[in-house]
Design a protein around this ligand. Structure first.
Ligand code: NAG
Ligand code: NAG
Ligand code: NAG
Ligand code: NAG
Ligand code: NAG
Ligand code: NAG
Ligand code: NAG
Ligand code: NAG
Length: 459
């Protein structure tokens, strides 16, 4: 625009009117093009929303999944499958025929043996293979769908799937062990609440109650009287487990697990209630390749972000470069050993930061401890979806996994032809200068948690 105006001032008046009408004509065309584009967007939106809510019956969901993968969804008709419609069908059963010492023994065995399933059927890891680490608890129904989505992704057979459990359950084990489309290994977080129900890291009967006042707690001499969190509350075991588990599994995979500890390629982290789009491996590779040329300071990739509407028509090629934000870039994130080495140097910051969320803690690590902050390249049109609406952050009365799953299926189906971009378009997010860091969410004031976390660190 500026070069155009600097040229026009020497023209004659006739030429000026002429070029003005040209500009006007151009504007009209521009507006028309713009309107056409908008219309198209609108159409693609309404097209998707019109189809989105229609049918979330089990039959309809199954009909969109290849028949050979139905075996991962078949709910065994045992007593352990709950049938009420209040959302609890997403969890495994409560039948607790296993005693604690047995569970501890099995966990130790698995962690010692490190058996790679299907190791003979698929080629061993290359230095640039993708290792997918799935952190899982007890929501087996979501896990079934994650597995079904992974099974449909081309390239999956070259990956290694690591399942990191913090709940021991035979039904989940058989599900994981029935995977036949890639190499699989199971690891078990050894300090789980399940395996320590009445002692730390579980809930010790001598622990101070969450809401007890400090003076009272000190008088009573309960275990952790001297270390309430930043908001004055005492530890709640169930809220601490996820951060511990996250830290443990990353240390385990990068530093200890025989099959991965020398791996130099990307480690992708998923959770049990995620669902992947079929080009997620392609995207990850493309992001890695692109970053080597166009974003050398990008050290984290993220396959999705939380959005309400999905517009693949406009966004399937777009990636955004941004400082890493915990609440935004924690889904389907991937990084390699060199990034991990920097993070683990900040172990005492991570383990001592009074916030029970691993992602908030990691963001603080990035902002306050890392020499080279975390910079993410994130897919604007997600390739990883969060289907676990019933998690403990989003407690809803009537949360049915079906409606979210069928929505995701529909979105992916409608956008199929926009997948597999051949190149990426980089955009840069304008992050507000300083999102004044709050003092953290707390829940992590107990010295025993800091110590446990540090003890799991493999430097
Ligand atoms: C949903 O889909 C199933 C199978 O495709 C069909 O049998 C059923 O009638 C549909 N239900 C509704 C409400 O459309
Ligand atoms: C299921 O429950 C029934 C009775 O409620 C019992 O007879 C049966 O043995 C149980 N089956 C299993 C596999 O636990
Ligand atoms: C579902 O939850 C409601 C309220 O929490 C309860 O009244 C109802 O009995 C539950 N239904 C089943 C099938 O468990
Ligand atoms: C689950 O098990 C616990 C103890 O093992 C018991 O107190 C609780 O009532 C059980 N819940 C259900 C829904 O069976
Ligand atoms: C715990 O379970 C194992 C295996 O089921 C059994 O051999 C053992 O005797 C049980 N121990 C106790 C204390 O119940
Ligand atoms: C990966 O392996 C290939 C061939 O085996 C080799 O050329 C390449 O340098 C290796 N890359 C790294 C990062 O080790
Ligand atoms: C990993 O590297 C270490 C030392 O660099 C070596 O001793 C070990 O054998 C390697 N492990 C595998 C599985 O390649
Ligand atoms: C690991 O990631 C960094 C960026 O964080 C990159 O510079 C480096 O090349 C990557 N290493 C390998 C082996 O790909």
């Amino acid at each position: 625009m500026s070069s155009e105006s600097s040229q026009t001032w020497s023209l004659t008046s006739h030429q000026i009117t002429c070029s003005l009408s040209w500009i006007r004509g151009g504007l009209v065309i521009l507006i028309l093009v713009f309107m056409y584009f908008q219309l198209n967007l609108l159409l693609s939106f309404s097209k998707s929303s019109e189809n989105l809510d229609t049918n979330d019956s089990d039959e309809a969901i199954l009909s969109m999944i290849p028949a050979e993968l139905h075996k991962f969804l078949s709910l065994k008709p045992t007593n352990s499958t709950r049938t009420n419609s209040n959302g609890s069908d997403d969890k495994i059963s409560n039948i607790s025929t296993l005693n604690i010492s047995y569970i501890k023994e099995r966990i130790a065995q698995y962690n010692l043996q490190q058996r790679v399933l299907n190791g003979n059927s698929f080629q061993s890891l290359e230095n640039d293979s993708i290792v997918i680490v799935v952190q899982i608890h007890d929501r087996i129904n979501y896990l079934r769908y994650l597995i079904v989505s992974l099974a449909q992704a081309p390239g999956i057979s070259h990956t290694l799937l690591v399942f990191s459990h913090d709940y021991y359950d035979e039904q989940m084990n058989s599900l994981v062990q029935s995977i036949d489309f890639c190499k699989v290994i199971q690891i078990f977080y050894p300090y789980s609440i399940q395996a320590h129900p009445e002692e730390f890291p579980g809930e010790d009967p001598e622990d101070c109650p969450r809401d007890m006042k400090k003076e009272h707690a000190v008088q009573k001499k309960c275990n952790n009287a001297l270390s309430p969190d930043v908001h004055g509350h005492y530890r709640e075991a169930k809220f601490t487990q996820t951060k511990h588990h996250w830290w443990w599994k990353a240390n385990r995979v990068f530093k200890q697990l025989e099959v991965t500890r020398n791996h130099s390629g990307l480690i992708l982290m998923l959770e049990e209630d995620h669902y992947v789009g079929r080009d997620f491996i392609h995207m990850l590779r493309l992001m890695e390749k692109t970053s080597k040329v166009s974003c050398r300071h990008c050290n984290v990739f993220s396959l999705g972000t939380y959005m309400k509407t999905y517009n693949y028509y406009a966004n399937s090629k777009k990636v955004e470069i941004s400082p890493w934000i915990g609440g935004k870039h924690n889904m389907g994130m991937a990084f390699n050993r060199s990034t991990w080495m920097q993070i683990v140097d900040c172990a005492s910051f991570f383990c001592g930061y009074d916030d029970y969320n691993w992602d908030w803690s990691l963001q603080q690590v990035s902002e306050k401890c890392l020499k080279q902050k975390l910079h993410v390249m994130v897919a604007v049109a997600p390739r990883v979806f969060h289907i676990g609406e019933c998690g403990f952050h989003h407690r809803k009365n009537n949360c049915r996994s079906n409606s979210v799953i069928s929505k995701v299926q529909q979105v992916l189906k409608l956008s199929r032809r926009y997948f597999y971009p051949d190149r990426l378009i980089l955009t840069y997010s304008t992050v507000p200068k300083k999102t004044k860091p709050s003092k953290g969410n707390g829940g992590w004031g107990d010295k025993r948690d800091h110590k446990l976390c540090m003890g799991m660190t493999v430097g």
